[in-house]
Design a protein around this ligand. Structure first.
Ligand code: ADP
Ligand code: 5GP
Length: 222
């Protein structure tokens, strides 16, 4: 007999700084069990990037269309992030959960907390961190796609989200994405465990918050 999945029909919510590896890890986990897992494709008003595909990375729509969907209560949650709207379609998620599939999200921390408020025990909150603040900065710089202004904005957001993580009373699973394969294995083990729990990462998170506080590029603009 095949072992049945210990959990099914959950919201696996990935949060973490840009460049932490959320998309890469989510897609690897989904590829390993595509029948049971799906990526939540958000709607956004941001412009499509050359590397992206409409309907795969996001559903790209304009502001009036997004605002009409807000009025129609079509979103489970939505937020303004960096001046663009982002939202999670209610019907797509409900359909997957009803079919017993786990739905993976790559959303900001406000969206994650909002999903947790609404669907509490169905939600697994996962915060992906690089092994240090210095590695985070190096990965963002290494992508070569950041201007000085966007790098600063991403570092400010990272600082805010790390502080929010440190203060959150919720049971976050904190995954260190140093090398991809061990991080994927950690996640796979946790997602198939009846009682997920991770080693206490409070020290690492505190160290990263301190490094962020000392980095002038992560300061809020005056
Ligand atoms: P996010 O979705 O959190 O912004 P991505 O998954 O897009 O991050 O990853 C950002 C970049 O870092 C990608 O080029 C990805 O291939 C790379 N990356 C992800 N994880 C690792 C890792 N453990 N080591 C080195 N590079 C990584
Ligand atoms: P990007 O434009 O770089 O793809 O994403 C910008 C930010 O928006 C990221 O922090 C991403 O996680 C977040 N985001 C993407 N989709 C959603 C969503 O549906 N809801 C919320 N709240 N945030 C989202």
């Amino acid at each position: 007999m095949q072992p049945s999945a210990v959990h099914s029909g959950r919201l696996i919510v990935f949060v973490g700084p840009a460049g932490a590896g959320k998309t890469t890890l989510a897609h690897r986990l989904i590829s390993s069990a595509p029948q049971r897992r799906r990526f939540s494709v958000s709607h956004t008003t941001r412009k499509i990037r050359p590397s992206e595909t409409d309907g795969v990375d996001y559903h790209f729509i304009d502001r009036p269309a997004f605002e009409a969907l807000i009025r129609a209560d079509a979103f489970l949650e939505w937020a303004l992030v960096h001046d663009n709207y982002y939202g999670t379609s209610r019907t797509e998620v409900e359909r997957d959960l009803a079919a017993g599939r786990d739905v993976f999200f790559d959303i900001d921390i406000q969206g994650a907390l909002n999903l947790h408020r609404q669907l509490g025990d169905k939600t697994v909150l996962v915060f992906i961190v690089p092994p240090s603040w210095a590695v985070l900065v190096a990965r963002l710089e290494g992508r070569g796609s950041e201007t000085d202004a966007t790098l600063r904005r991403r570092l400010r957001t990272a600082r805010t989200e790390l502080n929010a993580l440190r203060e959150s009373p919720l049971p976050w699973l904190v995954i260190i994405n140093d090398k991809l394969a061990p991080a994927q294995q950690d996640l796979e083990r946790l997602l198939t465990s009846a009682h997920p729990g991770t080693p206490d990462r409070a020290d690492l998170v505190a160290q990263m918050c301190a490094a962020a506080a000392a980095d002038p590029r992560a300061e809020a603009p005056t």
